[in-house]
Design a protein around this ligand. Sequence first.
Ligand code: HPA
Length: 281
Amino acid sequence: MITDTAEFVKRVDGAAEYIRNALSGREIPSVCIVLGSGLGPLSKMAEDSWEISYKDIPGFPVSTAPGHKGSLIAGMLSGKSVFMMNGRFHYYEGYPMETVTFYVRVMGRLGVKVLFLTNASGGIDLDMKVPELVAITDHISFNAEPVLRGPNIPEFGTRFPDQCHVYDPELTDTLTACAKDLNIHMRSGVYAYSKGPQYETPAEIRAWRILGASCVGMSTVPEAIAASHMGIRVAAMSCITNMAAGISGNPLSEQEVLDNAALASDNSCAVVKEFIKRIKI
Ligand code: HPA
């Protein structure tokens, strides 16, 4: 938990300043895309791109999750200047929530207006077909460590932020329209946040289903909360890489997640590119 808010803001602004200087005269992007499992190839699709390792950015953590690289990319995608986070930070890696969401704070201070979060998740809706895509419309996270606990930082946002539209409805409509027009199947659904790193139990999945969740994963929610706290508009897309615990009868495995994320990669990247093309910032 943050105790010294002035020191924390200084750290965030130090990282933002470092990135601004490292961009050396390039346009500062207004969009940040977080590349979840399967979206790695997008990092190579940016034109005129610039890349910096997380370990070189002062104050930035490094990502330790499998399949998650650790670099920030800036470049042109679908005609817009974007940041891409090639690797993110998870609570299960041992980071406190202010570290998991540190990059979001930095993006906010750099002036980013739209955060597009992507992830892999387990399917809870019984009619899901692996690897389909989901536009995340809302989340359930009351079981999680609260992201905004501790003294509020007014430079970032208000003490009691409304949570009715964490996922911007207009951006989410654009996301589903992109998939439809590309003939890519996408449903809308609620994402249940799981702290991990263990997968869920079958009983937990039955409980999530009763509570209205369509899919479950170990990322995205902390970042979405921090972004909406700062007034950054959020869109989020999930790739169903496995049926959630207890549904198929098979044990869950990281390999299954990575394999199916890779299978969906072309579709996921196509949707992201179309989304970036269409959004108005
Ligand atoms: N549970 C939690 N996180 C996940 C899953 C899952 O089934 N699949 C991919 N990420």
